[in-house]
Design a protein around this ligand. Structure first.
Ligand code: PLP
Length: 358
C-alpha cells in the first residue's frame, strides 16, 4: 500500500473519496465470500432506499456518473426491451436533455458527456454565467425533450433560479426531472421534497459506502433504469459487495442523530480554528457550504501567496491535500469534519513549520 494521504479536500475522487466505517467494511468483506441472488439483493436495496429517502423506489448502479447516463436512458426507453437494446442508437423518440448552462459541471468529465453516453443530446440553456427562468421555460417548450437535468453541487458556478422553480416548469410540461445531488446525501429529505422524478446520490461520498450510484424517485423510472441492465447498463452495474456496503451504510446513517453529529462537528471545527489562529501569518475563520450541507469548513487566510504553501503541503510526508478554490485569494480551505485528531495535529504542525520557514 502507498502511504495514506491526509485528505482535507472533501469527498474528492482522486483521493479515494471517503473512509468507510468498520461495520460497512465488514459487510463488504462478508459479501465477497458469498454467493447472492442478485435480484433479491436489489429488492432489499430498493426497500432500504425507499425507507431512507421516502421516495417511491430506489436502485443502485455503479456510481453517480453511471446513474446520470442510465437516468437519461430510462427517460428515453422506459421499460421497452427493444428500445433498451437499441441504445445508444437513436430510439426515434425524444432525445434532448436540457441543462441550465451553469449546471454543466465537471466532476472529472463534463456532466454533458454522461448524457451523450446514453445516445441523448445535451442542450445547454442560457450561458455559463446565468440561466433565467424565462430562458428555461422557452427551451422546455421546444420539441423532442426527454428530460431536464439539474445539478445541486458546490461545483455549480453562475446564477440559476431556485431548484423548485425550475422543477415546477418541467412538471407543468410533464417533462421528467433528473436531479444530480451526488454529495447531498445529508439533504435527502429536502431534495426529495422537491419531487424530482429521479434523484441521484453517490454512495461513496458522505455516506461512505463502497463506490455506488443511488437512484431514488418515481417507481416507473426506477424500473426503467433497472431495465438498462439488459442494455447499456451492463457495464455500469453495482456489484454485490457495493450493494452490501450501501445497505450497511444506510443502516448506520439512519441510526445517526444528525443534530448531535452537527454539534460535535461544529465544536471540532471551532477548536481547530482556534489553534490555526495561533499560527504565524494565519487568520482562520469558518465558511458555510454553498449548498447548505450541515457543516462548515476552515478557511485559513495567509499573509503571503497560498499557492506555494499548498504545493509544499502536498509534498509533505504524509501528503496533505486541501481545497484550492480560494488559493488566488491567498487562502486554504480545509474540509476538516472527517479528519482524525491526529491528522489535525499533523496539518497544524506542518503548516506552522512552513509559515515559519520563509
Ligand atoms: C462526484 C460527483 C459526480 C460523480 O459521482 P461518481 O459517483 O463519482 O460517479 C457527479 N456529479 C456531481 C455533482 C458530483 O459531485
Amino acid at each position: 500500500m502507498t502511504k495514506e494521504p491526509i485528505n482535507a479536500r472533501g469527498t474528492f475522487t482522486p483521493l479515494g473519496v471517503s473512509r468507510s466505517s468498520d461495520p460497512v467494511a465488514r459487510a463488504v468483506s462478508e459479501s465477497l465470500k458469498r454467493y447472492a441472488v442478485m435480484a433479491d439483493l436489489k429488492e432489499q436495496a430498493d426497500r432500504a432506499l425507499q425507507d431512507w429517502s421516502s421516495a417511491e423506489a430506489g436502485t443502485v448502479v455503479h456510481c453517480t456518473a453511471a446513474a446520470i447516463t442510465l437516468a437519461v436512458a430510462a427517460c428515453m426507453t422506459g421499460t421497452d426491451a427493444a428500445l433498451v437494446r437499441s441504445l445508444p442508437q437513436p430510439t426515434g423518440g425524444p432525445n434532448k436533455v436540457l441543462l441550465p448552462a451553469p449546471h454543466e459541471v465537471n466532476y472529472g468529465h463534463p456532466v454533458s458527456q454522461a448524457v451523450r453516453l446514453a445516445g441523448a443530446k445535451p442542450r445547454l440553456v442560457g450561458n455559463e454565467a446565468a440561466c433565467s427562468l424565462e430562458e428555461l421555460a422557452e427551451a422546455l417548450d421546444g420539441d423532442n425533450i426527454c428530460a431536464l437535468l439539474l445539478v445541486h453541487s458546490r461545483l455549480v458556478r453562475g446564477v440559476t433560479p431556485p431548484l423548485n422553480a425550475m422543477i415546477s416548469l418541467a412538471k407543468a410540461r410533464s417533462i421528467p426531472v433528473v436531479l444530480d445531488g451526488a454529495a447531498q446525501d445529508f439533504k435527502i429529505s429536502e431534495l426529495i421534497a422537491l419531487e424530482p422524478d429521479l434523484l441521484l446520490i453517490s454512495g461513496q461520498k458522505y455516506l461512505a459506502s463502497p463506490t455506488a450510484g443511488l437512484l431514488v424517485g418515481k417507481r416507473a423510472l426506477v424500473e426503467a433504469v433497472r431495465a438498462q441492465e439488459a442494455g447499456i447498463g451492463r457495464g455500469m452495474k453495482a456489484s454485490k459487495e457495493a450493494i452490501a456496503g450501501v445497505l450497511a451504510a444506510l443502516k448506520e446513517r439512519q441510526k445517526l442523530d444528525m443534530s448531535d453529529w452537527a454539534r460535535a462537528k461544529a465544536e471540532k471545527l471551532t477548536a481547530f480554528l482556534a489553534r490555526a489562529n495561533r499560527l504565524p501569518g494565519v487568520t482562520a475563520s469558518s465558511v458555510a457550504d454553498p449548498t447548505g450541507l450541515p457543516f462548515e469548513r476552515a478557511c485559513l487566510t495567509l499573509d503571503r501567496d497560498a499557492v506555494p504553501i499548498i504545493a509544499a503541503l502536498k509534498d509533505s510526508d504524509p501528503p496533505i491535500w486541501v481545497m484550492e478554490d480560494r488559493a488566488a485569494r491567498g487562502a486554504l480551505v480545509l474540509e476538516s469534519v472527517m479528519l482524525t485528531a491526529e491528522e489535525e495535529d499533523i496539518i497544524l504542525s506542518r503548516l506552522a513549520h512552513l509559515m515559519r520557514s520563509d
